[in-house]
Design a protein. Structure first.
Length: 448
């Protein structure tokens, strides 16, 4: 973990709606000073970074994705959720651990180049135990701060038998993962993948118990599409998915619900009362025609909302800048109110909102003394970012992933001046192309 002095930056701490010209000092991976004015002299053991012309802000946090799906980018287009899921799940019959490693590592490279410093990988296809281990190996190799949500499916017509597990089987495998990686710095979650379409009440009754017994959180796809809402109404007699999950104590302060598109006012109240966070994934929701999540209503009620890209199979990218702009504009057009959501709110969703959702609010998400140094530098001296009149609006609406110059995770520089410091991106890209060709050849033999 490095000792750094970053000077001459436009600092966005994200603790409040303010910015200032200043510097940040990092020691042993932690932020030790944040100040304006003339910077102190560089110490002998410090790496000095002149951030002139750049914004210095907390790294972006991708609260929900499936990294390996970069191998499935633009494979199944123009499909609603359930027909699309039938193909995604069907892939489990031919996916190998090598696919997971190559795809996950390429996804991590894309994330780093997009200014992401923390990623939550929602893992739900496990045709063999090695698939999860290879995903974790790739995430650790990347240098990103990682949260791994190893979720479970125990039912469902479109779920292949090779990925269905009883709670006991799944929990034993998750315990194996925890035994190996518990002290690695990776955060862990579990969860029912997409209740109720691929999970039974028996599984849901056990999820909270297992999560609490192992001091891990819960991640789930919740109320993503109207078809899921109709399923819970038809088969379980509940008005909504959140209401259904409440009887199993799935909502909670360490739970993150991805999507939450089709939730009622009463269910938003449940989210607030239980402290449940939501990962808003607007690009994926638009691609699959799911609908528009009531993000404004959630924020007004005090629900913590984070941002996620979702997997590249339903988003096409891991670009959180793209996601921020979509999150802002989608709410404006949906409500037909240009002022219904502020850029600063969206930027908080992408930073401290994500940190809180993943239980990392004391670790990252803002620039404050004592927090770990998960930081990014964004180049403002490009035509599409100039002149600067409202820095928060321009980060959300003008800046691009390619403007990210430097990425720092836990005080370590993982990308500097657009050059990856610890990864061979050419080899990673070559390996991913090979994995994609093999996977596409295997998929061509499947019927859906």
């Amino acid at each position: 973990m490095g000792n750094l002095l970053i000077t001459n930056a436009l600092v966005l701490p994200m603790t409040e709606r303010q910015s200032f010209s200043g510097h940040v000092r990092v020691g042993d991976g932690a932020i030790t000073a944040v100040a304006g004015g003339v910077p102190p002299p560089t110490a002998v053991d410090e790496d000095a970074i002149d951030a002139s012309g750049c914004v210095l802000m907390p790294g972006l946090i991708n609260a929900h994705t499936h990294l390996y799906q970069v191998l499935l980018r633009a494979v199944w287009e123009d499909l609603q959720l359930l027909p699309w899921l039938k193909r995604i799940y069907g892939c489990a019959r031919v996916l190998t651990p090598e696919h997971f490693y190559a795809g996950t590592l390429l996804g991590c490279v894309e994330a780093i180049r997009s200014g992401v410093t923390t990623v939550c990988e929602h893992n739900f296809l496990n045709p063999s135990p090695e698939c999860a281990f290879e995903t974790l190996r790739a995430m650790q190799h990347s240098g990103l701060r990682a949260v791994f949500a190893r979720t479970v499916m125990d039912s469902g017509e479109i779920v292949p038998d090779c990925t269905k597990e009883t709670p006991a089987q799944a929990f034993r495998l998750i315990e194996d993962i925890l035994a190996k990686y518990r002290d690695s710095g990776v955060g862990f979650m579990t969860g029912a993948n997409t209740p109720p379409i691929n999970t039974t009440p028996a599984l849901l009754r056990e999820i909270r118990r297992f999560a609490d017994a192992n001091s891990i959180g819960i991640s789930a796809h919740v109320a993503e599409s109207k078809s899921v809402l109709e399923c819970v109404q038809r088969e379980h007699g509940k008005r909504g998915v959140v209401e259904f999950l409440q009887q199993f104590h799935i909502p909670g302060k360490n739970s993150i619900f991805a999507h939450a598109v089709h939730v009622s006012k009463d269910e938003i109240a449940i989210l607030k009362e239980t402290g449940t966070s939501v990962s808003h994934n607007p690009v994926s929701n638009m691609m699959l025609g799911d609908g528009v999540a009531p993000v404004v209503e959630m924020l007004r009620q005090g629900v913590n909302v984070a941002l996620g890209t979702d997997g590249a199979a339903s988003n096409h990218s891991q670009d959180l800048f793209d996601t921020m702009k979509a999150a802002s504009l989608l709410q404006k057009v949906h409500h037909q109110d240009a002022g219904v959501i502020k850029p600063y709110e969206v930027l908080r969703m992408a930073t401290i909102g994500g940190a809180k959702a993943l239980g990392l609010e004391s670790t990252c998400g803002t620039i404050e003394v004592g927090k770990r140094a998960d930081l990014i530098l964004i180049n403002l001296d490009v035509p599409h970012n100039q002149p600067v009149n409202d820095i928060f609006s321009q980060i959300v609406h003008c800046a691009k992933a390619s403007d990210v110059q430097t990425v720092i995770v836990d005080g370590d520089i993982v990308m500097r001046e657009r050059q990856l410091a610890r990864l061979d991106d050419k080899k990673i890209l070559t390996d991913a192309k090979v994995a994609n060709r093999d996977l596409m050849n295997r998929v061509s033999g499947l019927t859906f």
